[in-house]
Ligand binder design. Structure first.
Ligand SMILES: [Zn+2]
Length: 640
């Protein structure tokens, strides 16, 4: 049994005034490998149990809510109504919602419903809930008018083209968004009509797909179909009706899943955002059937993408694809890196896989993507990024308010509505503190309120305040992130505990908690570097979980280089990128040989020894500037 010294408390806990529970006289700090570690799956709290407190995340949540609130129900219903034969004089939205776009409806009747349902449940936003209810009512009328349980903003002819092998964009992808939006309106706001609509839509899809033989179905599944399998499993769980589980299996694609089950990375050439949702579906299938193969698929895929295909910001892809063999990202830095939807889907998969084991690595990965690749991708008007440029000298660009409606506008609207959904998990009566975000968990069933007070990441740690009407015995598990140091500390009511779990695990604190108890975690950050997979001469600098970006000066003014109109996802006439900023450092240089901290409180850094001072800051704080997160190292010239 391998238990490190650090995994145990050595202090006299009586002196600290702690009341012990559990088999040992000492307060235990258990990690997932310990036999005593509680077994079983973790689960999220109901969304209504967690609320953000004032801070960066709450500001971002509110900006997103204001954007969603600015959208018109009648304009969103326009193409649905025309498709159903209901007159509409509303001005249609543009971009991917334009009446001639084959993805129309994906946002206007899909992502928007999920986003307002999440906003309603996560922040109690009743205005957005009523917006969602009105949209559901309008869409219900469309479904009734069509009369076949089909519901879309485009006619079923697009599905016929799919069946016939004729060119068509992605009808099931769009259908999935609407189905998921309806299910979310039911699950998170209790809208019963939305559930009826979803069941009708699912039945239509099942009957449509059942009309084809296996081979033809597999041909049809070569066209992007979003999370059709996942949403049908979720519907089966919500209704306890196995019919939808059978329907979900119609959307299973062995040609993609089999290599993953056999732990083979055959992702090269595949479209990233088409395929991550299939793995989420497989993970969901494991959760409801217990079939191990699906778990293997999800765990292998996630580990492989994180290790061999991710950039430092915690996201993957170039031109929306995996274009190289694994571990070979050299030469792939461009404008078109890291589509934001892929981050949304990777995080969804990370929290799912995390819930099976409580392995901190997945919450470390989630944190990395959250702080580097989600935070910062929304501007002050609530507009979202599509790509996350990683070539040097580029900048952030956003969708227009009403003429874009990209996929990433939709997944971004959902992400920025649900920051609370992963901060805390539970297992039995245990609480897991996964993310360091100012918030309050109100666990009504157990009479426990946990208030998390933190300025993280400006503050290197967090404080948890316990509120309870009576003493309550409880294990509180806190993530000790991989990026912290051996100097990490935990204090209970100000008293330092000598125990600490190893970085990259959870520290379990067992105690009968009293009202007013506090847990203070100090998690020192340090500078470190990571090379681009496959090119050890290209480095990124990180501080704690934060990727540092070089400030390369002002970016373009507001205009078409900043806000993209129409269906495009990148600005027209983009200039070539700069070459990567260079640092002179010996081969195998350590980070402190080329980066220094200038201000810990402001999170400002600079490059050592360069004639022109280059300032570095956390990537999420980059607003209008041009930036680079990668550096080209060049060796020191040997003298003599
Ligand atoms: Zn996208």
């Amino acid at each position: 049994m391998n238990r490190s010294r650090r995994n145990f408390l050595k202090t006299s806990l009586g002196a600290a005034g702690l009341c012990m529970i559990g088999p040992s006289a000492a307060l235990h700090a258990l990690t997932a490998g310990d036999p005593e570690y509680p077994a079983g799956r973790l689960e999220a709290f109901p969304l209504a149990a967690v609320r953000l407190s004032p801070g960066t995340f709450q500001e971002q949540e509110e900006i997103n809510a204001r954007y969603l609130d600015s959208l018109s129900v009648d304009r969103m219903l326009h193409s649905f109504r025309l498709t159903a034969g209901i007159p509409s004089s509303a001005a249609p939205y543009g971009g991917w919602e334009k009446p001639d776009c084959e993805l129309r409806g994906h946002f206007a009747g899909g992502h928007i419903l999920s986003a307002v349902a999440l906003a309603s449940a996560c922040s109690g936003n009743s205005v957005l809930k009523s917006r969602g209810d009105a949209l559901v009512t309008g869409l219900e009328a469309c479904q009734k008018k069509i009369g076949t349980r089909y519901l879309s903003a485009f006619p079923p002819e697009l599905f016929e083209r799919l069946a016939q092998g004729k060119p068509v964009w992605a009808p099931f992808y769009t259908y999935h968004k609407i189905l998921a939006g309806m299910l979310d309106m039911y699950l998170y706001t209790g809208n019963q009509n939305a559930l009826r609509i979803a069941e009708g839509m699912a039945q239509w899809a099942q009957e449509f797909m059942s009309g084809f033989g296996y081979d033809q179905r597999q041909r049809m599944l070569r066209t992007e179909y979003g999370g059709m399998n996942e949403v049908l499993i979720n519907l089966a769980v919500a209704t306890k009706n196995d019919r939808y589980l059978a329907a979900a299996r119609l959307f299973e694609q062995p040609s993609f899943l089999d290599p993953l089950a056999e732990r083979r990375d055959e992702l090269q050439g595949l479209h990233a955002n088409t395929n991550v949702p299939k793995v989420i579906g497989a993970a969901r299938m494991y959760e409801v059937t217990g079939e191990r193969r699906y778990r293997d698929i999800a765990e292998y895929f996630l580990a492989e993408v994180l290790a061999a295909r991710n950039y430092a910001i915690g996201n993957t892809s170039l031109d929306e694809h995996w274009k190289t063999p694994p571990d070979q990202l050299g030469g792939t830095l461009a404008w078109t890196n890291a589509e934001c939807c892929v981050a949304y889907n990777l995080m969804k998969l990370q929290r799912q896989v995390f819930s099976w084991t409580g392995d901190a690595r997945w919450m470390d990965a989630y944190e990395r993507t959250l702080f580097n690749c989600r935070l910062g991708t929304q501007n002050s008007q609530g507009l979202k990024q599509y790509f996350f440029p990683l070539a040097a000298g580029y900048w952030r660009a956003y969708n227009s308010a009403d003429e874009s409606f990209w996929c990433c506008t939709g997944t971004g609207a959902e992400d920025f509505a649900k920051f609370t959904d992963t901060i805390y998990f539970r297992r039995g009566s245990d609480v897991f503190v996964n993310q360091f975000i100012a918030s309050t968990l109100d666990w009504k069933d157990k009479g426990l309120v946990l208030e998390q007070v933190t300025q993280f990441p400006r503050e290197q740690g967090t404080t948890l305040k316990i509120k309870t009407s009576r003493p309550v015995a409880r294990n509180i598990h806190v993530r000790i992130p991989r990026w912290t140091t051996e100097s990490a500390q935990v204090r209970i009511n100000g008293q330092l505990l000598e125990a600490m779990a190893d970085p990259g695990s959870y520290l379990a604190l067992r105690r009968t908690w009293q009202d007013g108890d506090t847990i203070t975690l100090t998690l020192p950050m340090q500078l470190r570097q990571e090379s681009l997979p496959g090119d050890t001469t290209v480095l990124a600098a990180l501080y704690g979980p934060l990727v540092l970006a070089a400030d390369m000066g002002a970016g373009p003014a507001d205009g078409p280089m900043r806000v993209i109109h129409g269906r495009e996802t990148e600005p027209k006439n983009l200039p070539a990128p700069d070459s990567l900023p260079k640092v002179t450092a010996p081969k195998d240089a350590k980070i402190d040989q080329w980066v220094q901290m200038d201000s810990q409180s402001e999170l400002r850094f600079s490059v050592i020894g360069e004639s022109a001072k280059v300032q570095l800051m956390p990537m999420y704080q980059i607003g209008d500037q041009r930036y680079s997160i990668y550096w080209q190292t060049q060796s020191l010239k040997k003298k003599g």
